[in-house]
Every structure is written in structure tokens, then in C-alpha cells.
Design a protein around this ligand. Structure first.
Ligand code: 5IU
Length: 273
């Protein structure tokens, strides 16, 4: 299966330029770690991005939890992404009608399209949300070309999640239908075997991001459920997402190195390296 191929091989063959870049970054930095930088000031966010930058492939933001978002946030993030060769994933989870999400993505206060290489959406509203975001990113006057991509939130890690069954298989349908903009999924496992109403292309290669990765904790008091890097990567994650396991550790840099090493070893074991 795809998940037994190296990032290098997948980078060489992938039709989507941003997916190629993701795999190239992982390979160059020997890291499949996405840090979920859930801090609440620009200074903390940029400080984390600069200190952890060398050890991560992607930084995941919740830009709307910053108390002081401004142009300086955008400039700082863009500069650090270039300095450390990581990509930026805004975990905004778009979930509205097409007309609204187009404005939330490409206009508005947060100007997400300006700085986030990767965004995600829920398919709760139906196919139109994926169609709308794809249309915006592929319109002739969209300034960021093919340097942008979408992940479909196909499953969630929280206890009692309703993102299962027909919701998850619809996620796979729309990923297959809008493959030119959809990079893959946020999910707890590879979804390549999920039944879909859209024909599966044997060459398809969706990128799997798995959240809820933590080395030392089983969960939190609000329903979060964790698994280890080994378990996530064994189930098909290509990129592991860790938040508090890294940024709330006594030494965040040491923690990032530890997740990097464990994530890379699990990946090497999966591809038989
Ligand atoms: N997140 C999840 N689970 C999900 C999805 C997103 O935890 O199913 I989709 C986000 C929430 C938070 C981060 O920003 O990933 C996980 O943070 P911790 O590693 O601190 O639990």
C-alpha cells in the first residue's frame, strides 16, 4: 500500500505540488511532526515556531485563539516558515455553506489564505464546502497558485465523536472528487480502504494527519483521547500532530526532538528502512 512507500518516493510521484513539498520537507528534516501551537499570544507563537522550527515539518495554528493577532503575526509566521522550512496549517475547520467559507478563507480579519499553506474543513455541510474552497483556490486571480491545499476532517479524536460511518465515507468521496485541491485527511487512520461512491484511482495518495498524539498521557478531562506516535503511524498517519505533549512539556525543544525521533523511527519501521 501507499503507506509502505517512502516520503521520497511519494514526493517524486505525487501530482499535487503542495503534497510533494510536504513529503520533501519531511524527508529533508527527517521529521513528520506537526506541532499544534495552541498558545494565545503572538509572542509565544513566534517564539515556539522559532525554537521548535528545526524539528518540525508543519506548525498547526488556531489563529483565532490569539489575543493580539495582527500583520506582525502573519509576517512573523511567514518569515519563520521560510527560515526553518516548515509549512503552516491553520486548523480553522471550516464548516458552513460554500459562499460563507469562501469569504472566511480568502477575505476577512484573519486573511487565512495569505499565510496558511494548509487548511481543513468538515464535510457536515455536504459537498458544496469542498467545491467552494477548491473554486476559490483555483480561480485565476487567486494569488497563491498551487501552494495551498485542503485536508478533510474525516474523523475526530474526542470521546463520542460523531465523525464516523457515513460522515467518514462522504469525506473520502469528496477527497476523491476534488483531488486537485484536497491533500488528504485529518483522521485517526489511513482511509484508503473506506468504501466510497466515487471510484478509487489506484494511484491516489492521500496524506494522513493524525491529531491526539501524546507520549505520556491517555487523555484530558474534556474528552481528548491520545495515542502514541508508534500507534498513529502504524495505523497510517503520515504526519503526527502533538500539542500539549510538546508545548506544555517542561522543555518544549527536548520534547519536540523526542517526538521527532519517535515519529521518524515509527515511519522507518513502516517503510521497512
Ligand atoms: N484536534 C484534535 N482532535 C481532532 C482534530 C483536531 O485534538 O480530532 I480534527 C486539535 C485540537 C488541538 C490539537 O489543537 O489538535 C490537539 O492538542 P493536544 O495534543 O494538546 O491535545
Amino acid at each position: 500500500s501507499r503507506s509502505q512507500l517512502t516520503y521520497c518516493a511519494r514526493a517524486a510521484n505525487h501530482p499535487n505540488p503542495l503534497a510533494r513539498k510536504l513529503f520533501q520537507v519531511a524527508e529533508a528534516k527527517k521529521s513528520n511532526v506537526t506541532v499544534s501551537a495552541d498558545v494565545t499570544t503572538t509572542a509565544e507563537l513566534l517564539d515556539l515556531a522559532d525554537r521548535l522550527g528545526p524539528y518540525i515539518a508543519v506548525i498547526k495554528t488556531h489563529i483565532d485563539i490569539l489575543s493580539d493577532f495582527s500583520q506582525a503575526t502573519i509576517d512573523g509566521l511567514n518569515a519563520l516558515a521560510a527560515k526553518h522550512n516548515f509549512l503552516i496549517f491553520e486548523d480553522r475547520k471550516f464548516i458552513d455553506i460554500g459562499n460563507t467559507v469562501q469569504k472566511q478563507y480568502h477575505q476577512g480579519t484573519l486573511r487565512i489564505s495569505e499565510w496558511a499553506h494548509i487548511i481543513n474543513c468538515s464535510v457536515l455541510p455536504g459537498e458544496g464546502i469542498v467545491e467552494a474552497l477548491t473554486q476559490t483556490a483555483q480561480s485565476p486571480d487567486f494569488p497563491y497558485g498551487s501552494d495551498r491545499g485542503l485536508l478533510i476532517l474525516a474523523e475526530m479524536t474526542s470521546k463520542g465523536s460523531l465523525a464516523t460511518g457515513s460522515y467518514t465515507s462522504a469525506s473520502v468521496d469528496y477527497a476523491r472528487k476534488y483531488q486537485s485541491f484536497v491533500l488528504g485527511f485529518v483522521s485517526t487512520r489511513s482511509l484508503s480502504e473506506v468504501e466510497s461512491t466515487v471510484a478509487k484511482n489506484e494511484d491516489e495518495d492521500f496524506v494522513v494527519f493524525t491529531t491526539g498524539v501524546n507520549l505520556s498521557s491517555k487523555g484530558d478531562k474534556l474528552g481528548q483521547q491520545y495515542q502514541t506516535p508508534q500507534s498513529a503511524i502504524g495505523r497510517g498517519a503520515d504526519f503526527i500532530i502533538a500539542g500539549r505533549g510538546i508545548y506544555a512539556a517542561p522543555d518544549a525543544v527536548e520534547a519536540a526532538k523526542q517526538y521527532q525521533q519517535q515519529g521518524w523511527e515509527a515511519y522507518m519501521a513502516r517503510v521497512g528502512g
